[in-house]
Design a protein around this ligand. Structure first.
Ligand code: BG6
Ligand code: MG
Length: 218
């Protein structure tokens, strides 16, 4: 196994923005007269903005025209941005910066592969923009996870093959995407949701590359 690069999902891997997405989507749902649970919110991880909106409207039994949906998504994004524009470096999840530093020192290339159109804003807010050689986000790809497109664009931009890349993902659909593209997949979270990954870690605390390489199930 020859690893040349790592591709990181953003939301739930580098920072915990799921809580802000939840607050903003819930506010929208509440204004439409229904609510949804944190358990349901789990199903929105890795899912694009419009696909998330469609799922939520379905849960609430609410139908809207395409124009109305565009307006709802824009409103939710405004609320969401109020939170992310307040983010600072202290919201980077524990161990992430140390791990990125290790990769840099070992000459491993680093890319971001996120479904979010706000990825650039968040990365700048937490001052990590210089860490990523390549940033692929919701603005430069069209096919949502579980399609591997976001990771393929990342590996292509770095000129490395999928089998030379490890993808770090907290969403089950993100792990599906990595596997579909024949990348090595490390799940960040619990084996209950992410057991199909090659290796599952609870987070980056006390993690080093050696530990990942020895634990990846081949
Ligand atoms: C993913 C999140 O990273 O980005 C999803 O896990 C979110 O919850 C998606 O819906 C799109 O984000 P944005 O910022 O473009 O609305
Ligand atoms: Mg994620």
């Amino acid at each position: 196994m020859m690893i040349k690069a790592c591709i990181f999902d953003l939301d739930g891997v580098i920072v915990d923005t799921a809580k802000y997405h939840f607050i903003a989507w819930r506010r929208m749902a509440n204004e439409l007269g229904f609510d949804f649970t944190e358990e349901e919110n789990e199903k929105l991880k890795g899912v694009s903005r419009m696909d998330s909106l469609n799922l939520i409207l379905q849960w609430g039994g609410v139908e809207r025209t395409n124009d109305e949906k565009q307006a709802l998504a824009a409103q939710k994004n405004e609320w969401y941005r109020e939170y992310i524009l307040k983010m600072q470096s202290d919201e980077i999840l524990e161990g992430v910066e140390h791990f990125l530093e290790e990769l840099k020192n070992k000459g491993i290339r680093i890319a971001l592969g996120s479904s979010s159109k706000n990825a650039g804003t968040i990365i700048k807010q937490v001052r990590l923009e210089d860490r990523f050689e390549v940033i692929i986000d919701g603005n430069n790809h069209t096919r949502s996870k579980p399609d591997p497109q976001v990771f393929e664009l990342g590996s292509e931009a770095m000129g490395v093959k999928p089998e030379e890349c490890i993808v770090f993902e907290d969403a089950s659909k993100g792990v599906d995407a990595a596997l579909a593209g024949r990348f090595w997949a490390v799940g960040v979270g619990s084996p209950e949701n992410l057991g199909h990954a090659h290796y599952v870690i609870p987070g980056f605390k006390d993690l080093d590359l050696e530990k990942v390489l020895t634990n990846i199930k081949q």
